[in-house]
Design a protein around this ligand. Sequence first.
Ligand SMILES: [Cu+2]
Length: 146
Amino acid sequence: MRILALILLSGLSFFSYAATKVEGAWVRLLPPGVTNTAGYLTIHNDSDTDKVLVAASALVVDRVELHEHVLEQGMMKMTQRQRVDIPAGQRVSFQPGGLHLMMFGLKAPLKAKQLVQIQLEFADGERIEVDAQVAEAPPASEHHHH
Ligand SMILES: [Cu+2]
């Protein structure tokens, strides 16, 4: 009976987490000596309730902030976001020139193809861990939506 209960429990937690999916996660490889970088990914909200991303973290850096590039008087500027909404049934892409996970204070130099674990935290308490691949440019498999 105990085994059956465990299987049921794990099945349930898998089910509730399957509504939010992350794909195409990668972290920008920058020249040696640069201690800040950025992470990019696409969050799919396949549930019928809105999700709100409120924080992100990664073991390889001191801290991660949600950032967005905005055009202000003809200049691209980075601003910090306290939250990023992912409406029910929609997806939000973090990509160069737009939303990004700003990663401050690399603890060690990154290497190409290294996997960096990033944790995303949502307003409802859900946490998702993603493996992001270190690369100089977006992975070729990434879909582009304009
Ligand atoms: Cu930034």
